[in-house]
Ligand binder design. Structure first.
Ligand code: ADP
Ligand code: ZN
Ligand code: MG
Length: 638
């Protein structure tokens, strides 16, 4: 196993549930109050019931419905005090309570009855006036409730049904969002808002000043949009941050919002997409709606390549239609800004090369900012930021740490500081010392040691394997210096050899790459020279060898026979070349690797004494650092 550059990449740090997060919103936590549909329906029901109750008061009281015969009997008995007629319906009051004809022990004074149409009204009239009844009449159809009340009562059931329907629709949508049954009753929690979260600003971002400077203008605009509007200046609607994971893209976006003190909405593009077509688009719409309400604000869309891939490109998540619709909705929202609203979209991606060109057109993400891993000076600055609240021992040199951690990103460095602090705490120390940092760095760069007892035979073979890598690294002019050799098993590897450059390297020449192939083959070659067998321990090495050799031939134009052509792409898409060319590429790759292997075997055979010396030192100490390794081989660093 041969390890070359930085430690394993730390996976993305934020993976909270969907659909988006916000910080810095004005007002109370939770932002805009949400309509509670349960309460809404309940209120409707209560109002409805109250209406019935009240109207029943007006209506009947203790009105007794009696037959016409009964009524006539009371009139004849001169017991009727007054009568109110509404068409053929009559209500009235008796002078003295009369016995209810239906039930013996009940009596009544107020009554209502209907006059049969065929009854001779004249006779009734005479009888009534003869007994001195107070007679009034009312217009037909005017109930005691009044038209308005009647209308309302008849409309209520429809209103309730409509309310119920809307509620179910809403809940259905939020259930899709909330993820199946888990979303049940969770509709209120659809927008988690971390109000208490500490906001970051440019103070917290270090080592990438040139990137920061590109964003200063945007901060200024968000702070004082009026200044720009008066001059008619148009700002980019979208800024795309492109760079490897852990370089601080999310941090930067948050810092822009924090610096300008505007609300920050963030979502990962993959969180928008569900299996149901249309859900993503509606989530995007909601997100932008919220953001515009509190403008000026920032909408941050992480991993935008998950939906922003060029159409027809390979891979991606969710259905094709769903991805496309979600992307289109984002584009529509961005097009929809008049620019005066002050909502700026920041996107982030690890792979800008796969993005749909439509995303990068003017008026959309029309500014791309590359965020690269920091250089040595940047690493010092980042370490300073992350050790602000860590008590450091006097011997700690951040410069030294920065020098020995090429290729590490901001996230790696933050992790390094944390690991060192954990180690110091575990060791019961008050301050973090350089030794803690060194051990933490080793753990990050080489992996965590496994406590397994290796059989002696295998331990020796591993020592030869690693010594082979290391010696070839030391012998090649221009190769990265060997920093550490270890035969302590870590992860899947039985041993590790670590080489890192003195300064950050950005481009590699033919001889350097050839040297790396030879070094990577060194383990296998050593086993061949000493034992004349090949073991499975070289699998990882061979993967690296193949990758470099194929790159040299198929991508970097380093083979004369193939010439300066890109035949193999780096995103795994099928090669663009005729079968004959592909065969030639394979042949060239094979030639390079074969030559390198021969060179490796020859170098090791010629320097067998040095190989044996390193092996002896390794078996004794298990881990050699840079000076110990060069001393054992009796070599000085070139
Ligand atoms: P990305 O989004 O590019 O993958 P992040 O912004 O999530 O990276 O970075 C993860 C963490 O690494 C940050 O929270 C921060 O602690 C640290 N970090 C990364 N870059 C920097 C930097 N330039 N300055 C300070 N800290 C950084
Ligand atoms: Zn190896
Ligand atoms: Mg990120």
């Amino acid at each position: 196993m041969v390890e070359r550059s930085g430690p394993p990449q730390e996976p993305g740090k934020e993976d909270k549930p969907k659909p988006w997060r916000a910080e810095g919103l004005p007002g109370t936590p939770g932002g805009k109050p949400k309509i509670n549909w349960w309460r809404f329906v309940l209120t409707l029901l209560v109002v409805y019931a109250a209406f019935f109750f009240i109207s029943s008061f007006f209506d009947d009281g203790k009105v007794e419905k009696i037959s016409y015969t009964q009524f006539v009997a009371q009139v004849t008995a001169k017991n009727v005090k007054d009568v109110n007629a509404q068409g053929y319906s009559i209500t009235g009051e008796l002078k003295a309570a009369a016995q209810d004809p239906d039930s013996n022990n009940k009596s009544y004074t107020t009554f209502s009855t209907e006059i049969p149409v065929f009854v001779d009204n004249v006779q009734l009239m005479q009888q009534l006036s003869a007994s001195g009844v107070d007679l009034t009449a009312e217009e037909i159809n005017t109930g005691s409730r009044g038209i308005l009340v009647n209308l309302l009562l008849s409309l209520l059931p429809i209103a309730i049904l409509a309310g119920l329907w809307i509620w179910i629709m809403r809940r259905g949508a939020s259930m899709m969002g909330g993820g199946g049954l888990g979303g049940l009753g969770k509709s209120k929690a659809a927008k988690p808002v971390e109000q208490a979260k500490v906001r970051v600003n440019f103070e917290d971002v270090a080592g990438i000043d040139e990137v920061e400077n590109e964003l200063v203008e945007i901060v200024d605009y968000l702070k004082e949009p009026g200044k720009y509007r008066r001059l008619g200046a148009k700002l980019p609607k979208g800024v795309l941050l492109a760079g490897p994971p852990g370089t601080g893209k999310t941090l930067l976006a948050r810092a822009v919002a924090g610096e300008a003190n505007v609300p920050f909405f963030s979502a990962s593009a993959s969180e928008f997409i569900e299996m149901i077509v249309g859900v993503g688009a509606s989530r995007v719409r909601d997100l932008f709606e919220e953001a515009r309400k509190v403008a000026p604000s920032i909408v941050f869309i992480d991993e935008i390549d998950a939906i922003g891939r060029a159409r027809g490109g390979a891979g991606g998540i969710g259905g094709h239609d769903e991805r496309e619709q979600t992307l289109n909705q984002i584009l529509t929202e961005m097009d929809g800004f008049s620019g005066a609203e002050g909502t700026i979209v920041i996107g982030a991606t690890n792979r800008p090369e796969v993005l749909d060109p439509a995303l990068l057109r003017p008026g959309r993400f029309d500014r791309t900012v590359m965020v690269a891993p920091p250089d040595a000076k940047g690493r010092v600055a980042i370490l300073e930021v992350h050790t602000r609240s860590v008590p450091l021992d006097g011997d700690v040199s951040l410069d030294q740490l920065a020098k020995t951690s090429p290729g590490m990103t901001g996230a790696d460095l933050a992790n390094l500081v944390n690991e060192a602090a954990l180690l110091a705490a575990k060791r019961g120390k008050e301050k973090v010392s350089m030794a803690d940092f060194a051990d933490a760095l080793e753990k990050l760069q080489l992996g965590t040691a496994r406590s397994i007892i290796m059989p002696e035979e295998e331990r020796t073979r591993t020592a030869y394997h690693e010594a082979g890598h290391a010696l070839l690294g030391m012998l090649q002019p221009g190769a990265d210096p060997v920093r550490k050799i270890s035969i302590i098993p870590r992860g899947r590897a039985l041993g590790v050899t670590l080489s890192t450059p003195d300064t950050d390297r950005y481009a590699y020449d033919y001889n350097y790459l050839r040297g790396r192939i030879i070094g990577a083959l060194g383990g296998m070659a050593a086993e061949q020279v000493i034992y004349d067998v090949i073991t499975t321990g070289a699998e990882n090495d061979l993967e690296q060898v193949t990758m470099i050799a194929r790159g040299m031939v198929g991508r970097w134009g380093m083979s004369e026979k193939i010439g300066p052509l890109t035949i193999l792409s780096n995103d795994g898409s099928p090669p663009q070349a005729a079968p004959a060319t592909l065969a030639a590429v394979d042949e060239e790759v094979r030639r390079i690797v074969d030559e390198c292997y021969e060179a490796a075997v020859r170098l090791l055979s010629d320097n067998r004494d040095k190989l044996e010396a390193i092996v002896a030192a390794l078996l004794e100490k298990e881990t050699l650092d840079e000076s110990e390794a060069y001393a054992a081989a009796n070599l000085t660093r070139s």
